[in-house]
Design a protein around this ligand. Structure first.
Ligand SMILES: [Zn+2]
Length: 431
């Protein structure tokens, strides 16, 4: 049952010690696998896309679970849910723990879900112990993080952070032409809560990559999200006969493109271990076995934790592509189609996670997120950081996504300790 949430009688009373305050690993594990049945797939994953009936079902489950441990759940105009547990000082903006309950069409059980349900577990643990925090604690389920049904991804955290407008979000359409706004009304989750200040935003997430597992680290202390630039390159030569055109008279777009693609990997290598260059999409015309290719189109994805390094890789790529085009007797055009600057998380939040990890005695490393997250947008308006735990084989956006109960419990424990650490800093300011 719900513990009373009335403030303690003495104005300057210390918060209850953390005695008996800890996460319940079995309860968290059970919640993850109980809710995985909502939209569960035969292969053991989840298909729970934003604003579908399964999304409504898991929202109803989450709301009931939060209310059962004494929280008030409000919903904003885009369906994002805010489960708030009062603190000792009602005027303090809440410390938020946020992530997402929507999934990819062939998603796993942990991407996003872990972050929201670990937040719920913290609400339950606080309720069990009767611990009163200084600031309110707010667990957030951000609508449509995945962008699988309504592009772009991280749509509503983007609106909350002022990156997109409410109208833009509501007008996004899925592939059947249904708008976000219509789908939101369809599941009855359009609320009236307004964007509000938050003291901090913490997000626990699986790494979605192989680094922690490879290094035997349980906790990734996330310092930011890397800088990303996308390009499209078109190489134009001349189609000609493979049997009659001598090698020295060819304008072979494929050969030039192949040299360019290999050079992109060299550029990444020359910018250190954190630089990445990927050519993942190639189209060749006319794409016949006995024709010298006249045109090749390829994509380029450049990433590094620092914007200035990506800018340097960009400059080198432009120079080398131009030079290789000239050398190959072809032309090349390069256009940048998308840019996402680096995000640097808040030092105080990062240090709170680091202290929590050390206190828990867990193997760890600092890490930069390779993927986008709601926290990347929220970092624009509030002190933010993330906690990563390993996932098997680095696999994610896949029904076979998996994480261990031990690592999940460790991640939730660090999240709780970091939140309490940050909350304790309000004691001096509010005493
Ligand atoms: Zn996610």
């Amino acid at each position: 049952m719900t513990a009373p949430l009335t403030p303690p009688p003495e104005k300057n009373a210390r918060p209850a010690t953390h005695r008996n305050l800890g996460i319940d690993s079995d309860r968290l594990w059970a919640s993850i696998h109980e809710t995985a049945q909502i939209g569960g797939t035969p292969k053991g994953g989840i298909n729970r896309q934003a604003l579908t009936t399964t999304d409504r079902e898991v929202r109803d489950w989450f709301k009931a679970a939060c209310e059962a441990c004494g929280c008030t759940v409000t919903v904003d105009g885009l369906g994002s849910m805010f489960a708030r547990r009062p603190g000792r000082h009602p005027t303090l903006p809440p410390i938020a723990i946020g992530s997402h309950l929507d999934t990819q069409p062939t998603g796993g059980r942990y991407d996003g879900v872990l972050g929201v349900l670990a937040g719920l577990e913290i609400l339950r643990a606080l309720d069990d112990s009767g611990h009163i925090t200084n600031a309110p604690i707010e667990v957030i389920n951000w609508t449509n993080e995945e962008g699988a049904r309504f592009a772009p991804a991280m749509l509503t955290s983007g609106v909350f952070a002022g990156v997109f407008t409410q109208d833009y979000a509501e007008s996004r359409q899925d592939r059947t032409g249904t708008s976000f706004g219509t789908a939101l009304d369809g599941i009855g989750y359009r609320g009236t809560a307004k964007a509000h200040p938050i003291s901090a935003h913490f997000e626990l997430h699986i790494e979605q990559g192989p680094i922690l597992e490879a290094e035997g680290a349980t906790i990734g202390i996330v310092t930011g999200v890397q800088s990303i630039r996308w390009y499209e390159i078109t190489v134009t030569g001349a189609d000609s006969h493979a049997g009659t055109t001598p090698m020295h008279l060819r304008h072979d777009a494929m050969l030039a493109a192949a040299r360019m693609i290999a050079a992109m990997a060299d550029i990444a290598a020359s910018h250190g271990p954190d630089a990445k260059a990927t050519v993942g999409l190639v189209e060749c015309r006319p794409n016949r076995r006995n024709a010298v290719p006249g045109e090749v189109f390829f994509s380029l994805d450049l990433r590094h934790p620092e914007d200035h390094v990506v800018a340097s890789m960009d400059a080198q790529a432009q120079t080398i592509i131009t030079r290789l085009a000239e050398a190959g007797g072809v032309q090349a055009t390069i256009s940048m189609t998308w840019e996402s600057p680096a995000v640097h998380f808040n030092p105080s939040c990062i240090e709170a996670v680091e202290r929590a990890t050390l206190a828990a005695g867990l193997p760890h490393r600092r890490i930069v997120s390779g993927a986008g997250h709601d926290s990347a947008y929220i970092a624009r308006i509030a002190p933010t950081t993330m906690v990563f735990i390993p996932c098997a084989g680095g696999l994610s956006h896949n029904e076979a996504e998996s994480a261990t109960q031990t690592d999940i419990a460790a991640g939730a424990d660090v999240l709780l300790r970091a939140v309490l650490d940050l909350d304790s800093q309000f004691e001096e300011t509010q005493a």
